[in-house]
Design a protein around this ligand. Structure first.
Ligand code: ATP
Length: 373
C-alpha cells in the first residue's frame, strides 16, 4: 500500500515529482492544450487557475490518464506514465460533484479503494479498519460513519470524497474544483481544512479552480492558464504583485489598467497631453493608490474626483476620475479610517499618489512586463 519513495541523499537529489513535457491536446483542429510544460516539486500545492475553457481540467485529466494527450509526456516520480491507464498511476482524485457511491455508507465509501487493491497490496481487514477510522477522524466525520451520501450535506460529502481519495496514500492528490458546489461559508472552512491537511500529509497536490481567491489562499505556486497555454507560473505573491501579462493582472485580483505614455527618458506620464513617447499600459492595484484630502496635497500627487463609492465592509472602493487619463475612472480602495479622514463625498476633489514601486507597465505590443519594481 505504501509507495516506495526513495529518500533524497547527496548522491540522489530529490527528483522533481511531476514533469509535464510539451503536452498538447487536440480536439479535431482545436488545441485545448498547446505545448504545455511544467515541473512540480514533491509536496507542492499547485493550483491550475484560469477562466472557463482555458484547458485546466483537460490538463488535470491527462495527468490522471483519464484523457489522452495528443503529444507530450507525463513523468511522475521519475517514471514515464504517459501511456499508462489511470489504474496504473499513483493518484487520488476528488471531483466537483463528489462522485460518491450512493449505496455505500461513509466508511464503505472510504474503504472502497483499499478493498479493491490487488491482493498483494491489500492490507489486512484490521489494518484497513484502522486506516478508515483514522481518515474519518482526520476529516471530522466520526458522527456520520454509518450514513449514506444522501444523508450528508455537500460539505460532508466532499470530506468523504477527500478521505476516499487519500485512503491508499497516493503520491499525488488531484482536486478538480472540489469546493465549487459548496456555499461560501462551507467553502471557506473546507478550504482551510484541505490546506492544513495537505501540509500535514505533505502530499503533492494539484487543484483546478477558477476562483482566484482560493488559489491565492491555498497554493504554493499558481499556474495561470488561458487559451490552452500557461500565462505565468509563480507564488501567489509573485502572481499578484508581479503579473507577467495584462491577462494575469486582470484575472487575478482587481486592477487598474491605464493607457499611458513614456517620455524619451522612459519616465511615465499618465497625462497623455504632456508626453509624446511610446504607448504603454500601466497596471496598478486599487490598494496601491494613496488618497489624501486637499489639505495634504503634495507636488507628486494628482487631482482626482470621486465618481462613485462602494462600502465593502473592511474598506471603501472608490471610483475616481483623474483629469488627463480620459473618460476612464480608476479604482482606489481606501481603508475605513482613512476614508473618514478624507471628509469627501461624491463629486469632491481629492489628491492621489501612485506608489511608484507598485506600478507595472506592459509593452502594448508584446504584452510583456517592461518595467519592474
Ligand atoms: P471549466 O472551468 O469551464 O471546466 P476548463 O479550463 O477546465 O474550463 P477544459 O474542460 O479543460 O476547460 O476544456 C478546454 C477546452 O477544450 C474547452 O474549450 C472545451 O470546450 C474543449 N473540450 C473539452 N473537452 C472536449 C471534447 N471532448 N471535445 C471537444 N472539445 C472539448
Amino acid at each position: 500500500m505504501h509507495k516506495a519513495h526513495r529518500e533524497p541523499t547527496d548522491h540522489f537529489p530529490q527528483p522533481d515529482y511531476l514533469r509535464i513535457e510539451n503536452v498538447t491536446k487536440m480536439y479535431d483542429d482545436f488545441a485545448a492544450l498547446d505545448d504545455v510544460s511544467l515541473t512540480i516539486e514533491r509536496g507542492e500545492f499547485i493550483c491550475f487557475l484560469g477562466p472557463s475553457g482555458c484547458g485546466k481540467t483537460t490538463l488535470l485529466r491527462i495527468i490522471a490518464g483519464l484523457e489522452e494527450q495528443t503529444q507530450g509526456l507525463i513523468i511522475q516520480n521519475g517514471e514515464d506514465v504517459s501511456n499508462q491507464p489511470p489504474n496504473m498511476r499513483d493518484f487520488g482524485i476528488v471531483f466537483q460533484s463528489y462522485a460518491l457511491f450512493p449505496n455505500l455508507s461513509v466508511e464503505k465509501n472510504i474503504a472502497y479503494g483499499l478493498e479493491n487493491l490487488p491482493r498483494v497490496q491489500r492490507p489486512s481487514r484490521k489494518a484497513m479498519m484502522a486506516r478508515v477510522t483514522e481518515l474519518i477522524e482526520t476529516v471530522g466525520l466520526q458522527d456520520h460513519t454509518k450514513k449514506y451520501p444522501a444523508q450528508l450535506s455537500g460539505g460532508q460529502q466532499q470530506r468523504v470524497a477527500l478521505a476516499r481519495a487519500l485512503a491508499c496514500e497516493p503520491g499525488l492528490l488531484l482536486l478538480d474544483e472540489p469546493l465549487s458546489a459548496l456555499d461560501a461559508k462551507v467553502r471557506q472552512h473546507l478550504r482551510t481544512e484541505i490546506h492544513k491537511l495537505q501540509r500535514t500529509l505533505g502530499v503533492t497536490t494539484i487543484m483546478v479552480t477558477h476562483d482566484q481567491e482560493e488559489a491565492l489562499a491555498m497554493a504554493d505556486r499558481i499556474v495561470v492558464m488561458s487559451n490552452g497555454k500557461i500565462e505565468q507560473i509563480g507564488t501567489p505573491t509573485e502572481i499578484y504583485q508581479r503579473p507577467a501579462t495584462p491577462f494575469v493582472a486582470e484575472f487575478v485580483g482587481n486592477i487598474n489598467l491605464i493607457d499611458a505614455v513614456k517620455d524619451q527618458d522612459g519616465a511615465l506620464g499618465l497625462d497623455q497631453v504632456s508626453y509624446t513617447g511610446a504607448q504603454t499600459k500601466v497596471c496598478l492595484r486599487p490598494e496601491d493608490i494613496i488618497c489624501r484630502p486637499k489639505s495634504q496635497a503634495a507636488p507628486d500627487m494628482f487631482e482626482a474626483y470621486i465618481q462613485d463609492v462602494e462600502f465593502l465592509g473592511a474598506f471603501y472602493r472608490t471610483h475616481l476620475s483623474v483629469p488627463g487619463i480620459g473618460a476612464k475612472t480608476i479604482m482606489a480602495d481606501i481603508g475605513c479610517h482613512e476614508f473618514v479622514k478624507l471628509e469627501a463625498s461624491l463629486g469632491d476633489k481629492i489628491y492621489v499618489r501612485l506608489l511608484p514601486e507598485r506600478l507595472r507597465t506592459f509593452d502594448a505590443e508584446k504584452e510583456k512586463v517592461e518595467v519592474s519594481a
